[in-house]
Design a protein around this ligand. Sequence first.
Ligand code: DON
Length: 309
Amino acid sequence: MPELEQALAEVAAEMAARTDRGNVATYIPQLGKVDPRKFGIAAVTNDGRVILAGDADQPFSIQSVSKVFTLTLALGKIGDALWQRVGREPSGNPFNSIVQLEHENGIPRNPFINAGAIVISDVLLAGHQPREAIGEILRFIQFLADDDTIIIDRDVAASERATGYRNFALANYMKSFGNLHHEPELALGVYFHHCAVAMSCRQLAMAGRFLANGGRNPATGHSVVSAERARRIGALMLTCGHYDGSGDFAFRVGIPGKSGVGGGILGIVPGVASLAVWSPGLNENGNSKLGSIALEKLARMMGWSIFAP
Ligand code: DON
């Protein structure tokens, strides 16, 4: 087995040379401005090593990867009561699909599709003004990454709001079923802003450490969530983290992962490391094309899989 440094450098060099990089998301106009040639990858191991390659220190829009952090916060707030308002099944549909909501009484299939994450934003709004809820989410991410330079890109949030017709439709529809407790406008304000958090691969991999280490920050030993909750968040990432591409990601990569339309993916190797990869071009399911390939190659090189003995 190669050293992790060598494996990361090899994967990054191979990805830099590829020309088939997928398509950058343009439905959020601000994301369409990102250079598709970017590629970064980071691994933070439970024994404290931080290994980087490519553009691993350049911030990008984490988009739906933020849903791992908002789910964690919402579970901390209301615990298992969350599952009365959001399901735990893969949707087999695109991330912004509305079709299942009618048959399933406004209860989204899982916390990672847009509808599910909007309900979670509504949960995080309880007792708060939107700006307070947004601040709480940002501070939580900064705390997890141990980095208070992480910011929200206001231009991305504004760009998404200006073109967010589908998300408005999802929120209004769920409100009609009584599954939003606040006005759709307010829940969406929280949602658009947490999707607009900008992080580098290094920062994202740092923020994911607790999931690779049984719910504890491996550097400090402090508990973020219980070991059981960390396992369950990992299970949801594996089954739902890549939308209608979740089965394929599990098949090819074999570890829990969460993607975002900014081209980032957070990957968790339980007991070993937290990984982040970024390549802005997306595949047909809206997941980073080269990011998925890079994680597949890295996992194979290192012998990583949750199904490995
Ligand atoms: O709501 C949206 O469409 C975006 N803020 C997030 C979607 C996303 O990242 C889907 N992931 N691949």
